[in-house]
Design a binder for this molecule. Structure first.
Ligand code: T46
Length: 135
């Protein structure tokens, strides 16, 4: 069954006998110019994160170590995907409520973002988000 919320892209692998090298490049795995990179690691066991949406931000999330379950909600439907590969990226556009659950202790989630950090772009209240996407 095709999914409309979970959009996975392949991250090209350029490893050789010396080891692994993965590439996220504009026009390749990255469909937008990157203005910011952050990574989430050392997550406290049992803790979930996220619980917000963005108005404009686009992001590519790559779990470069360990695993995490990403849950996406568009105001009507919810879909989950487990990220556990440095060779797959999850594209998250605006207008999607996201939650991160089940972090493995070694999880490192790298996020490539289309804009600088702007708290004004966040919707952190779920009811407000539902009203926002309803129009
Ligand atoms: C997202 C998911 C996947 C900054 O100062 N600069 C930054 O670039 C970021 C991302 C965060 N912060 C500050 C804001 C908070 O005081 O760091 C603190 C933790 O941020 P937040 O609670 O928003 O973190 P998460 O893990 O809930 O969400 C993050 C991103 O914020 C968000 O855009 O989509 O990861």
């Amino acid at each position: 069954m095709s999914s409309t919320l979970v959009h996975l892209v392949d991250i090209p692998q350029r490893g050789d006998a010396r080891g692994q090298l993965a590439v996220a490049e504009l026009g390749g795995a990255l469909p937008f110019p990157v203005r910011r990179v952050y990574w989430i690691h050392g997550t406290t066991p049992g803790v979930s994160r996220g619980f917000h949406a963005h108005k404009k931000l686009r992001q590519l999330c790559v779990c470069v170590a360990g695993s995490v379950r990403m849950s996406l909600f568009d105001g009507r439907r919810e879909e989950s995907v487990i990220l556990d590969s440095h060779a797959k990226g999850l594209l998250i556009g605006p207008g999607l409520w996201r939650e991160m659950h089940d972090f493995s202790p070694d999880c490192v989630l790298m996020v490539f973002a289309s804009t600088e950090y702007d708290e004004g772009d966040y919707i952190r209240d779920r009811d407000q988000f539902i009203r926002h996407v309803a129009g």
